[in-house]
Write a protein that binds this ligand. Sequence first.
Ligand code: AMP
Length: 221
Amino acid sequence: MDDQRAVRLVLLGAPGSGKGTQGETLSSRLGVPRFSTGDILREEVRLDSELGRKAQALMGQGRLVPDDLILAMVAERMEGSEAALGFILDGFPRTQAQAEGLERMLAERNWGLDGVLEIRVPEEAVVRRLAGRWVCPDCDGVYHEDSRPSRRAGVCDRCGGRLVQRGDDRPEVVRNRLRVYQEETAPLREYYRVRGLLRPVDGQGSPEEVLERLMAFLDSR
Ligand code: AMP
């Protein structure tokens, strides 16, 4: 396996920090899969699976889905052949228990993380970003009124689906998601800092500018 390709990254950042967009671009640039626990859960909700039914109400309130369910979901991805290429984890881990679970899964395979890229954006900017976000429920495409408008208003560029606002992008749910991020996920900065993996990246500016900063870190490895 070519070491350059088997890059293993975690993307850390508040809801609305641009993680998903950057994760998608990095995934195609680096040729490694992106595993987004949020996307996987939304798909389970769409399929009305047992997991989807358990997750739906919690997601609608901006609360976290229990760690054991999330860890089982990620373990399944790690066992797939795709993961051997490397991966970008987006929206996972979100709690210390998840970070520890990930560490165990990686150790079993003699894999290590190359870095934890933390995309930093001030809270007011995050709220503005989420309020203007439109998503495609058919293919999970993400758009923004200001920074990434679709070519035709309300229509997905990729699959022609009708764009909607995510239920959890409503202001009262956004506030809850930000609080959960501060309380549960922000402590992971320290977890990864002491392991020498944390790389804070300024998430302000255009998606292209942020991507350049992320790539600068990857090129300097
Ligand atoms: P996201 O698209 O990453 O913002 O995730 C949307 C929602 O899915 C979150 O608000 C949580 O309810 C749930 N979720 C996604 N990833 C996780 C995770 N790693 N742990 C717990 N809940 C998660």
